[in-house]
Design a protein. Structure first.
Length: 191
């Protein structure tokens, strides 16, 4: 198993046919985490997370990175075994019911992430991840309000265009391609 690339087997894909395991793997893709950290982030018990981590570790999809003592507790940290996981060859070997189970797990994982985000939005009006931030404003759906929102969005678009051109003008094309970027999404939708 390479630290760079991992070709998974059909049995490993079956292990991923659980929404919680997919979410754990997604979180471990970002950075290493401990059982208690994952449990808190996912709203699961540490025992449940331990069970899922055991399955993922047995399948060779994650590995232990280190241990840290906190009082009487020893926290074990985990990370993905490889960041590039190749599934296409194994996918063709799966039975149809295993493919369905995996697809349902992916939908379940997405539903869980959306539910968690919606709960956070209802509680705080915003959701923050390590990779970004989502902010929701609930406004009355009236013509004058929509017009004001569109004006605000147009102003923001002009400012973002100026900001983009400011940094592009001082960079070579190669520097621009190598530099990290941020995506800004602005939208209106019925609540």
């Amino acid at each position: 198993m390479s630290a760079e690339r991992l070709e998974v087997s059909p049995s490993q894909i079956k292990v991923l046919s659980d929404p919680s395991r997919l979410r754990i793997l997604t979180m471990l893709f970002e950075r290493e985490a401990s059982i208690s950290g994952l449990a808190k982030a996912l709203g699961l018990t540490p025992a449940t997370v331990h069970h899922h981590l055991h399955k993922l570790r047995e399948a060779g999809l994650i590995r232990r990175t280190r241990q840290e003592q906190r009082g009487n507790l020893i926290e074990t940290y985990y990370t993905m075994a490889a960041k590039d996981i190749e599934t296409s060859r194994a996918w063709n070997e799966l039975k149809d019911e295993d493919k369905v189970a995996y697809r349902l797990a992916v939908l379940g994982m997405l539903k869980g992430m959306i539910n968690a985000a919606m709960n956070a939005i209802q509680a705080r009006g915003t959701v923050e991840w390590e990779v970004g931030r989502l902010q929701i404003y609930r406004l009355p759906y009236r013509r004058d309000v929509i017009q004001q929102v569109e004006e605000i969005m147009e102003d923001a678009r002009r400012r973002l265009d100026r900001l983009e051109s400011k940094y592009e003008s001082g960079e070579t094309e190669e520097e621009h391609e190598r530099a990290p970027h941020v995506a800004v999404v602005m939208t209106t939708m019925p609540a």
